[in-house]
Design a protein around this ligand. Sequence first.
Ligand SMILES: Cc1ncc(COP(=O)(O)O)c(C=O)c1O
Length: 385
Amino acid sequence: MAAVMPASIEPLQPPQRLLMGPGPSNPHPRVLEAMARPMVGHLDPYFLGVMDETMRMLRHLYGTENHHTIPMSGTGTSGLETIVLNLLEPGDEAIVGVIGYFGQRLHEMAQRAGAVVRTIEAPYGEVIPPERFEQELERRPAKLVALVHAETSTGAVQPVAPVAEIARRHGALIAIDCVTSLGGVPVDIDAWGIDAAGSCSQKCIGAPPGLGPVTFGPRAMEAVRGRKKPPPTWYLDLNLLFRYWGEEGTAKQRAFHHTAPVSSIYAFREALRLIMEEGLEARWARHAAAHERFAAGVTRMGLSFFTPAAHRLPMLNVIAIPDGVDDARVRRAMLDRGIEMAGGFGPLQGKTWRVGLMGTNADPERIDRFLETLDEVLRGEGWRD
Ligand SMILES: Cc1ncc(COP(=O)(O)O)c(C=O)c1O
């Protein structure tokens, strides 16, 4: 029997929120407006031009000349699975750095790809000293070293350039999850010697969720082309995808693979255009200044950070919840005042709040509004007089 339809469904009227969680952040009005531009076909010559421009701007943002740099159709996770499923084959050795929840996910993805996976871990809030990767590779080589650059569950930034240097010296490929870092702090793929990286559209890039920007360097593509068997995924198969996005030198031959999410790519292109207009250095400086302002305000209020200052992310701030304060009630009161912030993950649930200062929200006025509102809510909770 068919489900009963309600008498009427009202038009969409989402509330206006200030999104100060770990993403999505609030897209710039130009980005939302780009989504409403006329639809064209995914093989329309106009859209092929949009794809090329998107690839060019994304390469600039990633600090790379890698041809194989595209937004995957799917959220950040799709990009990370693309990396893992294309680079690893059953029986391959992999080493995964785990400093929080998102490192654990990378570990699980590598296991599902059939790899023999070893982890190198650090406690929540800490990062892994690069020498530990050297010791592990000396003990037993690996085909791939994978780790998270900006661990959103703990607010820590893991140094990756020295790990890349170690991995390459030991003949391993190096891949990073820069879902939270790209667009907010430097991510310099070529200078750091990174072979593959995956990010998302909805955090510091400031587009809606739905795309997973990835980049693959020559060593990674050699591994992809040299596979014994095609990857176990058809949708995320890089060799098939670049028949659509265009291989180097054959850019005009575009074969259907899947129907690209045209409007999402319009929005992503506009978000990248805004980043190009602002300039990378200026954007990173804006995120750093936002963090300084936020940290000063938080400290003034008597709150403290969970993450040690030495490796604190500017765009994702993990705050310790004061004793006796009810996590859920405070977040609900913030939401009632139009502001989203997030709770802690895994062992940090109920103990921390996570506050994102990403994209358009890395902004003094928005930070002040957040701090004033949190102050008011905490006073209402009787924490401060
Ligand atoms: C570090 C990190 N990796 C991966 C993901 C997954 O990205 P998505 O939710 O876009 O699939 C997230 C999402 O917050 C993240 O913070």
